[in-house]
Design a protein around this ligand. Structure first.
Ligand code: AMP
Length: 113
């Protein structure tokens, strides 16, 4: 999608610190990390948020979580980690291309702010 930052990163048109990519997904480090490990995992296909997921995306979702699991192992997040996806303004979603935050490397508070 034109003017979508994460479509630009997925296409290689906008620079990012990519840690993993496959046919379906791209994972890269966030620019303003809020934890020692802060990686964003996105589908290449443009979806605004999980609200736009359909049954046809089942395989893609499997890939997303397999990639998260692989990255968590690479980043040695053996103490655990958190996976977050923000939807809409109440959640503070700022980029309207579906993404999951993989956060780790420090203890997390609950409930989130
Ligand atoms: P959200 O607030 O859930 O929409 O998350 C957007 C995330 O994208 C935040 O973690 C931002 O730091 C991150 N972000 C914004 N611009 C870029 C960029 N150019 N490269 C990498 N991460 C970015």
């Amino acid at each position: 999608v034109t003017d979508c930052l994460f479509c630009g990163i997925a296409a290689g048109e906008i620079a990012a610190d990519v840690v993993r990519e496959s046919d379906g997904v791209v994972a890269f480090r966030g620019v303003n990390p809020v934890a020692p490990t802060h990686i964003l995992v996105i589908p290449r296909v443009h979806l605004a948020s999980i609200q736009e997921l359909e049954h046809e995306h089942a395989e893609l979702l499997g890939e997303v979580f397999a990639v998260i699991d692989e990255i968590a192992a690479e980043e040695t997040l053996s103490g655990g980690y958190r996976v977050v996806t923000n939807v809409g303004s109440d959640a503070g979603q700022s980029v309207h291309h579906l993404h999951w935050h993989l956060l780790g490397g420090r203890a997390m508070a609950w409930p989130p702010g």
